[in-house]
Design a protein around this ligand. Structure first.
Ligand code: 6PG
Length: 466
């Protein structure tokens, strides 16, 4: 009997995706470049219909036509090597899916390359980490709709399900799926950093201990902030270090890593003229965290402000909650603006309502308020900015004072709050009808004769300033 799908790359994510497919009654051919991971999975296959192959040709021959191959290897040149090894064995109409965090422009290049061979290529954004891959990730496939329709029965059943709906929809042509995953990760960076700043305020400014903060995050997770990232932060804060008995968080070094997708989101927004300042600030916060030795040295040279009086805990815990929620709204507004603007630019016809819906389950940024985000775009598909949707306009109106107080108090205390303060700046800049950019235009015209437009008539003008 032929296998219905093949998985190449049996690292943590590939192994879990293969097991997920096999748990849904698919006969899955498995192959890894080195045999050790294939053997490991065979030993631990839990009776699932996973069928090992040790050379590419036999692996491909074992598949039903059109062949469906899900590649889960490290993004970059490894994908190109896998594609090159597959091409000689594939036929017109066969389908390769790339489930890694590939750059969407690489996906577009590979799509064109395979198109010349009559082979379909689907760039599949997959979010949810290793547990999600096994039990149901959010899936963002981009390629031709015809190819997607061939793989949809498998992808929709292995995806997370919310209220009976799969967290997998066809995203758009070529690199659109990987683009949506990339910006998902940018939003993820901002969301994580905002939570970290709320934690700092509670810990440093209000002087709460880690257990108390864990309880606060748990209670926030019962309300409008309900989300995977808030939930895991509460869990993280409860974890004790086996060796020292201290909260584990207190022995984790404060240097953040990153694999590049957040950076790509920022670079792309800069290239396309989109103000993704909160996402980019989250990236810069990771960069600054990385220079630990410099920060330690600077701490003894560069002074902060004088100590401030103690604050009323209950009042400020609620302020921080509201500030965090408003920061989150602004960060998602930036991510969804990047979707809308890029969709127009690349002619992708992204359906923001559906993107918000599939983010409700499986993915790292899954959050209760994605229901409202989806409704906002269902009501107005061309909404300029999420903050303008009635629900969110009311929320930011109600919560802006808290965000202002938290940012101001953080600044007076000398507590860095890069994403909270950038959220506020974004909000205030976006709602400013008459900005100071007239000064910039005048300066540009003064020193470079770059000309300026006038408020009272059409055309471009230059002034002899001196
Ligand atoms: C997901 C995650 C996943 C991965 C990130 C981590 O959606 O499942 O985003 O893709 O954990 O790549 O990214 P950094 O290492 O850049 O934080």
């Amino acid at each position: 009997m032929l296998n219905s799908i093949g998985v190449i790359g049996l690292g943590v994510m590939g192994r879990n995706i293969a097991m997920n497919m096999a748990s849904h009654d698919e006969n899955v051919a498995i192959y890894n470049y080195t045999p050790d991971l294939t053997e490991q999975l065979v030993t631990n296959r839990e009776g699932l219909p996973l069928h090992p192959y040790y050379d590419v040709e036999a692996f491909v021959r074992s598949l039903e036509r059109p062949r469906k191959i899900f590649v889960m290897v490290t993004a970059g040149s490894a994908i190109d090597s896998v594609i090159d090894s597959l091409i000689p064995h594939l036929e017109t109409g066969d389908i390769i899916m790339d489930g890694g965090n590939s750059h969407f422009l690489d996906t577009e290049r590979r799509f064109d390359q395979l198109n010349e061979h009559g082979i379909e290529y689907i760039g599949v954004g997959v979010s949810g980490g290793e547990v999600g891959a096994r039990t149901g990730p959010a899936i963002m496939p981009g390629g031709t709709k015809e190819a997607y329709d061939q793989v949809a029965p498998i992808l929709t059943k292995i995806a997370a399900q919310v209220n009976g709906d799969p967290c997998c929809v066809y995203i758009g042509p070529k690199g659109a799926g990987h683009f949506v995953k990339m910006v998902h990760n940018g939003i993820e960076y901002a969301d994580m950093q905002l939570i970290a700043e709320a934690y700092s305020f509670l810990r440093v400014r209000l002087g709460l201990d880690v257990e108390e903060i864990a309880d606060i995050f748990s209670s926030w997770n019962d309300g409008e902030l309900k989300s995977y990232l808030i939930e895991i932060t509460a869990d993280i804060l409860r974890k004790k270090d086996d060796e020292t008995g201290l909260p584990l968080i207190d022995v984790i070094l404060d240097q953040a890593g990153q694999k590049g997708t957040g950076k790509w989101t920022s670079l792309q927004s800069i290239d396309n003229g989109i103000a993704s300042s909160i996402i980019t600030e989250a990236l810069f916060a990771r960069y600054l965290s990385a220079v630990k030795a410099e920060r330690v040295a600077a701490a003894s040279v560069l002074g902060g402000p004088e100590a401030r009086p103690a604050l009323d805990k209950d009042v400020w815990i609620e302020r921080i909650r509201q500030a965090l929620y408003m920061g989150k709204i602004a960060a998602y507004a930036q991510g969804f603006t990047q979707y809308r603007t890029s969709s127009e630019l690349y002619d992708w016809n992204l359906r923001l309502e559906e993107i918000a819906l599939i983010f409700r389950g499986g993915c790292i940024i899954r959050a209760e308020f994605l229901n409202v985000i989806s409704e906002a775009f269902a009501t107005d598909a061309s909404l300029d900015n999420l903050m303008l949707a009635p629900y969110f306009a009311d929320k930011v109106q109600a919560y802006q004072t808290s965000l202002r107080q938290v940012v101001a108090e953080g600044a007076l205390t000398g507590l860095a709050s890069p994403c909270l303060s950038t959220s506020l700046t974004y909000y205030d800049s976006y709602r400013t009808a008459n900005s100071n950019a007239n000064i910039l235009q005048a300066q540009r015209d003064y020193f470079g004769a770059h000309t300026y437009a006038r408020t009272d008539r059409e055309g471009m003008f230059h002034t002899e300033w001196q």
